[in-house]
Write a protein that binds this ligand. Structure first.
Ligand SMILES: Cc1cc2nc3c(=O)[nH]c(=O)nc-3n(C[C@H](O)[C@H](O)[C@H](O)COP(=O)(O)OP(=O)(O)OC[C@H]3O[C@@H](n4cnc5c(N)ncnc54)[C@H](O)[C@@H]3O)c2cc1C
Ligand SMILES: *[C@@H]1O[C@H](CO)[C@@H](O)[C@H](O)[C@H]1NC(C)=O
Ligand SMILES: *[C@@H]1O[C@H](CO)[C@@H](O)[C@H](O)[C@H]1NC(C)=O
Ligand SMILES: *[C@@H]1O[C@H](CO)[C@@H](O)[C@H](O)[C@H]1NC(C)=O
Ligand SMILES: *[C@@H]1O[C@H](CO)[C@@H](O)[C@H](O)[C@H]1NC(C)=O
Ligand SMILES: *[C@@H]1O[C@H](CO)[C@@H](O)[C@H](O)[C@H]1NC(C)=O
Ligand SMILES: *[C@@H]1O[C@H](CO)[C@@H](O)[C@H](O)[C@H]1NC(C)=O
Ligand SMILES: *[C@@H]1O[C@H](CO)[C@@H](O)[C@H](O)[C@H]1NC(C)=O
Length: 497
């Protein structure tokens, strides 16, 4: 057993805005600075006991409480309620000081809510361990990532939440709930994807696994111009590879014809187990999120977690970007992929007034030329977590239980709110058109605009989840407008009128 604990922990003075003694308001921004809110204050407890005391004190006053991770989202999930918009105080909470970590012989790891992936993954590695899967960059707080269903790719790989076998959760009254796979398996399925609304997660226990190596291959392939055939091909690649990211097709703006033009070359990035033991070299370059080049063939070898997720030297791309990611049963991939792409193409006319007539400048899009609309396809094994975007709860009995995702990014050629919001209007249109047809579930922390009626179709257990929400949070202190609207938390709506 290896134990870590922050010796500084108790020496930290809690950082607390002097409420009532003059405003120390705290403005929060997401990673790309297009989503923001202003809280009455910011509370950074030195340890769990400080947090418990704070939450107990705030309960009678019904103070709004928003725990935040690293703000790597695209929508309003993580926003606080603006100070002055209700008659309550509103606090942002950071658990960054909760940095204890203990590793057990059975490869379970228990750690505080302060751990970010960028520190957690190397710490596990030093102890001969890794997690089963990660997203494409190690930018998130572990809880911030897991609780929204963050995923990587792989038909036999699940999202991060499934790594969790235990949680310590603080409710609005200030009571700790211990939830575990062993003793309360149903509650664990509710809480793994709690999206900040089921309480403050102070500690996680995950099941890690021994370190292993992967070989990563990047390969550029030309796809057919015909979009139906292109998506048949993409679905075949999905069948062929166990763990693959399919980057492309893209839509490029042609300044002469003033329209979007499909570019049907694809970059396959796939991973295979290997017994390689040489020097690891996947961190050199990674065709993901503008962190490296996607236009060439190469292979690399690394520890699993470094081969699938890049430890960014900062964030690779930080300009405005409108992005959704939609999950649906893999059986629908060829048709849904075709229909989504043709729909995006059909929006071309409306983009005309917003395009510059000089070509995309280098720099804004990272170190090399990028595209106006990019599509990425990934795969995830389904699960039974109640609010998981890959929950199997409404699938027909003969379904494989494997999901595909389409990630669409609209990348403006200049950072301008008018353009960013216009792109958001374009991407809002997809769920109403395709949602029911293809059983589409949106990523919780990318752009999501669905209503409660739709939420109850894709999350059949939502009412039981909302019952737990009410028990954990009787005064709606963990709820913001986004949660109230997209989940239909009726009892909290009046706060936002
Ligand atoms: C460049 C980039 C790359 C990305 N790549 C991927 C990818 O490959 N795959 C993928 O699936 N997603 C990806 N995402 C999305 C990202 O994984 C999610 O948005 C994730 O939720 C961000 O984590 P965070 O720590 O920044 O969370 P935040 O946005 O800060 O928080 C997310 C939610 O968690 C809640 N929360 C945080 N901490 C706690 C706590 N202690 N207790 C209770 N609730 C808490 C917050 O209240 C909020 O509701 C990417 C995003 C970006 C910007
Ligand atoms: C976030 O909320 C603000 C304020 O209600 C709204 O103007 C904006 O459109 C929302 N953005 C997204 C991406 O949902
Ligand atoms: C792992 O070991 C710890 C410490 O002995 C124990 O408390 C825990 O129950 C074990 N967990 C599992 C899943 O075996
Ligand atoms: C744009 O379209 C014109 C006319 O079809 C074509 O000649 C030109 O090559 C295209 N430009 C780019 C950059 O593809
Ligand atoms: C990584 O190392 C392997 C084995 O030496 C080599 O074949 C491969 O080209 C290297 N990849 C990169 C990206 O340097
Ligand atoms: C933002 O873009 C819109 C649409 O192209 C344009 O009308 C507006 O002037 C731009 N605003 C700024 C501040 O550049
Ligand atoms: C499942 O059954 C339905 C109805 O019988 C059928 O239309 C569908 O093709 C089947 N799906 C799979 C994946 O076999
Ligand atoms: C809710 O969303 C669904 C799916 O987008 C849509 O069909 C329906 O009209 C919406 N209902 C309301 C009341 O807005």
């Amino acid at each position: 057993m290896v134990g870590f604990s922050s010796s500084l922990g108790t020496a930290f003075l809690s950082l607390l805005a002097l409420n009532g003694l003059g405003a120390l308001a705290h403005r929060w921004f997401n990673w790309q600075f297009d989503i923001t809110c202003e809280a009455t204050g910011y509370f950074v407890p030195g340890n769990e006991a400080d947090l418990v005391e704070f939450v107990r004190t705030q309960y009678p006053q019904k103070t709004l409480l928003k725990p935040v991770g690293n703000g790597h989202g695209f929508g309003n999930l993580t926003t606080c309620v603006n100070d002055g918009e209700s008659n309550r105080d509103s606090y942002i909470l950071s658990l960054t000081n909760l940095k204890h970590l203990e590793i057990f012989e059975n490869k379970t790891v228990t750690f505080g809510g302060g751990w970010d992936l960028i520190d957690l993954i190397p710490t596990l590695e030093e102890n001969g361990l890794q997690v089963a899967n990660l997203g494409s960059e190690m930018v998130q707080n572990y809880i911030g990532a897991a609780t929204t269903g963050t995923h990587g790719t792989g038909k036999q790989h699940q999202n991060l939440a499934n790594q969790i076998i235990g949680l310590r959760v603080l409710n609005a009254k200030g009571d700790i709930h211990i939830i575990s796979q062993e003793h309360t398996p149903d509650l664990l399925k509710a809480h793994r994807i709690g999206i900040g609304a089921l309480g403050i997660v102070v500690e996680v226990t995950l099941q890690a696994e021994p370190l292993s190596f992967l070989k990563r291959t990047s390969k550029v392939v030309e796809g057919p111009q015909d979009i139906t055939k292109l998506y048949e091909m993409i679905a075949e690649y999905g069948d062929k590879y166990e763990q693959v990211n399919i980057i492309g097709p893209n839509l490029d703006w042609n300044v002469t014809t003033e329209e979007l033009v499909p570019r049907t070359s694809l970059t396959l990035v796939y991973w295979e187990e290997t017994d390689y033991t040489g020097a690891p070299n996947c961190s050199v370059d990674f065709c993901a999120n503008d962190c490296g080049r996607c236009d060439r063939d190469y292979v690399c070898y690394d520890y699993n977690n470094y081969a699938i997720a890049t430890p960014p030297a900062g964030i690779c791309y930080r300009g405005f970007m409108g992005q959704f990611e939609h999950f649906f049963p893999i059986e629908n991939l060829a048709e849904a992929g075709r229909d989504y792409f043709n729909y995006a193409l059909s929006q071309s006319d409306r983009m005309k007034p917003y395009q510059l007539d000089n070509p995309i400048e280098e720099g804004l899009h990272g170190g090399y030329l990028s595209d106006d609309v990019t599509v990425i396809t990934r795969f995830i094994k389904g699960d039974d977590n109640w609010l998981s975007p890959v929950n199997k709860d409404n699938l027909p009995a003969n379904a494989s239980g494997i999901f595909a995702t389409l990630e669409y990014s609209w990348i403006p050629s200049y950072n301008n709110y008018t353009l960013q919001w216009f792109y958001q209007d374009l991407l809002k249109e997809f769920i109403p058109v395709f949602g029911e047809k293809y059983n589409v579930r949106p990523h919780w922390n990318k752009m999501l605009f669905n209503n409660e009626t739709y939420a109850s179709t894709i999350y059949p257990k939502i009412n039981s989840w909302l019952d737990i929400q009410e028990q954990m949070d009787p005064h709606c202190q963990f709820v913001n407008e986004f949660l109230a609207e997209s989940l239909g938390i009726e009892r909290c709506m009046s706060l936002f009128q």
